[in-house]
Design a protein around this ligand. Sequence first.
Ligand code: CMX
Ligand code: CO
Length: 150
Amino acid sequence: MLTRIDHIGIACFDLDRTVEFYRATYGFEVHHTETNEEQGVREAMLRISGTSDGGASYLQLLEPVREDSPVAKWLAKNGEGVHHIAFGTADVDADAAAVRDKGVRVLYDEPRTGSMGSRITFLHPKDCHGVLTELVTARDPESGTGGHGH
Ligand code: CMX
Ligand code: CO
C-alpha cells in the first residue's frame, strides 16, 4: 500500500546552489547527501515533514554526475525542474508487482538501492500520464528514516 509522498525529485545543474536556494528562501535544511553511482546522481534530501505512517516526506535535489545518466539526459532536454514523484510503501516488491499486473511498465526486475539505503523502482512515465513515478521502501520502514543523515 502506498502511504505517503516520500519525495519529489527535482533536477538541477548545480546542487550546492539549489540547496542554498531552498535554505535561504524557505529555511529547509539538508537532512542527508550522497552520490548514487548506479543512478548517476549527486543528491541532497531536504526533510519537509513527518507523515502519519511514521515516515517522512522530502525534496530530493538531483545533480547528474555523468552525461549518460537519466537526469543529465532529462536536463539537456527540459532544463531544471520537477523530474519525478515518489510514493512510499512498506513493501516495494508487492506494490511494484501489483502495478505491473495492471499493465504499467516497471523499469527494474528487482528494486535497486536509493537514498539512505532505501529500495526503489520506477514506473515508466508514458504509462503514468507523463509522470515518472518511483516507489520506495525506506531501509527502516518502521521509522521511515532509512538511516542516519549526512
Ligand atoms: N518525466 C516525464 N517524462 C519523461 C521523463 C520524466 N522524468 N523522462 C523521460 N520522459 C519521457 C520523454 O519526454 C520521452 O517522451 P517523448 O518520446 O514523448 O519525447 C520519453 O519519456 C522517453 O524519454 P527519453 O528522453 O528518450 O529517455 P529514456 O527513454 O532513455 O529514459 C526513463 C526514460 C524514464 C526510462 C529513464 O529516465 C529512467 O530509467 N528513469 C529511472 C531512473 C532515474 O530517473 N534515476 C534518477 C533518479 C534517482 C532517484 O530518484 O534516486
Ligand atoms: Co527519487
